[in-house]
Design a protein around this ligand. Structure first.
Ligand SMILES: NC(=O)c1ccc[n+]([C@@H]2O[C@H](COP(=O)([O-])OP(=O)(O)OC[C@H]3O[C@@H](n4cnc5c(N)ncnc54)[C@H](OP(=O)(O)O)[C@@H]3O)[C@@H](O)[C@H]2O)c1
Length: 293
């Protein structure tokens, strides 16, 4: 193991994600000092050789690198309030889900205290950390990221630095979470509909990979058309897709299943149609969603 790989690291926040982060650092051999508001959550990590800190400030004092995983930006503010003066010369990597604006404000705050600030987004579940599938995105101080990178590699080899704007990782996070959650909502609605039709969810999901597998190509195609500002409906037009969509809504409504998500989507389709985009491809819904006619 290299000298770099044994860099001490402080982990602030030992919820589901923070505990998994601390375990990954310990497994990679990093001396790990841990702190959590509810101290008992450190017990299992102390058994794995983590050092318990009595406060966030004490944890930061004991390591050149601090990794934060708390519920939200308010929790980060509450946890770090007393710790600011200890941050000088340290690298602070904040993996708490935040808005881009919160990340930029947090970077200013950390900068005032003399820390190099890196904001990060965890696009993985806690059990995924340390596996090749985990994706972590970072932005902010590049020198801070380069310093922290050998340690952060314990979380994933798939760490990607996105640039100096501290809000950029959070922007990617919000957009990717939108893709994930709305897709997952589609799964929930699909299973509700299948069950109402007497089809078991387990029978249905045999076929979901074929449908979900279409998404990466469609996403790339959509992004390319948005960037070109040109929306030829070669494969599907908005008007034909809306007809299929209306059929889906009818089936859902007939079973008394909540149509709220579909109704919001239908409204976007209707705005695009009313603006004369019926012959365009589905990518034209992007500017419609963003408010253009
Ligand atoms: N879990 C996931 O699958 C997942 C995936 C991607 C990203 N994330 C992000 O990772 C972050 C942590 O998520 P999690 O799943 O670990 O959440 P969690 O299990 O609910 O843990 C929340 C953590 O925040 C602490 N906390 C909350 N309010 C606080 C306050 N006012 N002051 C100090 N500490 C406070 C909690 O301390 P106590 O123990 O004292 O309550 C706990 O350590 C979130 O931003 C989440 O969006 C999670």
């Amino acid at each position: 193991m290299s000298g770099e790989a044994r860099t001490p690291v402080a982990v602030l926040g030992l919820g589901l994600m923070g505990s998994a982060i601390a375990r990954a650092f310990l497994a990679a051999g990093h001396p790990t000092v841990v702190w959590n508001r509810t101290g008992a959550k450190a017990d299992a990590l102390v058994e794995l050789d983590a050092t318990r800190a009595a406060s966030a400030a004490a944890a930061i004092e004991n390591a050149p690198l601090a990794v934060v995983s708390l519920l939200d930006d308010d929790a980060v503010g509450a946890a770090l309030r007393e710790a600011g003066p200890r941050l000088r010369g340290r690298v602070l990597v904040n993996l708490t889900s935040s808005t881009p604006e919160q990340s930029r404000r947090r970077a200013e705050w950390a900068g005032r205290h003399g820390a190099e600030y890196v904001d990060g987004a965890v696009m993985a579940v806690p059990q995924g950390l340390g596996t090749p599938d985990a994706l972590l995105l970072y932005s902010g101080s590049e020198s801070g990221y380069r310093t922290a990178e050998p340690v952060l590699r314990a979380l994933t080899e798939q760490g990607t630095y996105l640039g100096a704007d501290h809000g950029r990782a959070a922007a990617f996070d919000a957009a990717l979470v939108s893709v994930f959650w709305l897709s997952l909502f589609g799964v929930s609605l699909g299973i509700a509909l299948a069950e109402a039709e007497g089809v078991k969810g387990s029978e249905l999901v045999r076929f979901t990979p074929a449908v979900v597998g279409l998404l990466p190509d469609m996403a790339a195609h959509t992004a390319a058309q948005v960037e070109a500002g040109h929306y030829p409906g070669h494969d599907t037009s908005i008007s034909s897709a809306y007809t299929a969509f209306a059929t889906l809504r009818e089936v859902v409504a007939r079973h008394g299943i909540d149509t709220g998500v579909l109704d919001a989507t239908g409204e976007v389709f209707r705005r695009a149609l009313a603006a004369g985009h019926g012959a365009d491809g589905l990518a034209r819904l992007v500017p419609t969603l963003a408010g253009s006619r």
